[in-house]
Design a protein around this ligand. Structure first.
Ligand code: HEM
Length: 216
């Protein structure tokens, strides 16, 4: 028990836990993206997908609780790591100067993470508490065809893209899987993955704004 507590309290332990929960959350994103891609096949396909999802209801509840736990652990350890780094600021400054290589993603992890969190809370509340009488395709169309909500989705997903582009690279360092020989490959792989996820998710609000027949 003491070993676990010491591991969770160390900066390395926090990073490993953030990496593992981050991988879990990235897997959810891929599943969510694949499901949402049914939007491209029209409103009936999207409504059918959502209806099928709810056929697995007891299992879905367990999945949702698991997902919530992953989010809470990831956020909790993220905040704790941020505070830990703040406390170690003078030494961190020295490392930063000598190692260089700060990217937009690494410099903004906390802020992009907070934007994604705000977006998820809004998004979850808006779909979970949508009127039961409305088809999910109508709920999403109404949201994405309103300029303020479409912008909110675009900003939230753009922040997710930047967050993922750094997180998916840095996790390899945390779990000891990085090597200078393939560091560029890992960086490009993380960026490529983030760009694909971001581009497909962003295509929905963009399409909804540009095309009146979206999900009709
Ligand atoms: C335009 C893009 C998106 C669309 C159209 C969309 C659509 C949906 C829909 C319809 C649901 C409800 C599923 C149901 O229970 O019937 C849902 C749930 C959810 N979405 Fe999204 N989503 C989008 C982007 C995102 C992004 C980028 C994230 C994460 C950063 C996300 C996270 C979630 C979460 C956490 C849930 C609740 C999970 C659950 O109830 O199983 N969504 N989304």
């Amino acid at each position: 028990m003491r070993i676990v507590r010491r591991f969770c309290g160390s900066s390395v332990g926090k990073k490993v836990i953030m990496s593992l929960t981050g991988i879990g959350l990235a897997c959810f994103l891929v599943i969510h993206l694949l499901g949402n891609s049914s939007i491209y096949f029209g409103p009936s396909a999207f409504n059918n997908y959502a209806a099928h999802l709810h056929e697995f209801d007891p299992f879905l509840k367990v999945f949702e609780v698991g997902l919530l736990l992953l989010f809470l652990i990831h956020i909790g350890f993220g905040v704790s790591l941020f505070i830990h780094n703040l406390a170690a600021r003078p030494s961190r400054y020295t490392v930063k100067k000598s190692s260089g290589g700060r990217t937009l993603g690494s410099a903004t992890m906390l802020y992009t993470g907070l934007i994604v969190l705000a977006f998820i809370i809004y998004h979850f509340m808006s779909v979970a508490f949508a009127p039961h009488s409305s088809a999910i395709a109508d709920v999403i169309r109404t949201q994405l065809q309103a300029l303020p909500t479409a912008i909110l989705y675009i900003v939230g997903i753009a922040a997710l893209l930047v967050h993922l582009s750094h997180g998916l690279w840095s996790l390899w360092q945390s779990v000891g899987g990085s090597h200078p020989a393939y560091d560029t490959l890992l960086r490009r792989g993380a960026l490529g993955f983030a760009l694909v996820i971001g581009a497909v998710f962003i295509s929905f609000p963009v399409l909804a704004l540009m095309w009146d027949e979206f999900l009709r």
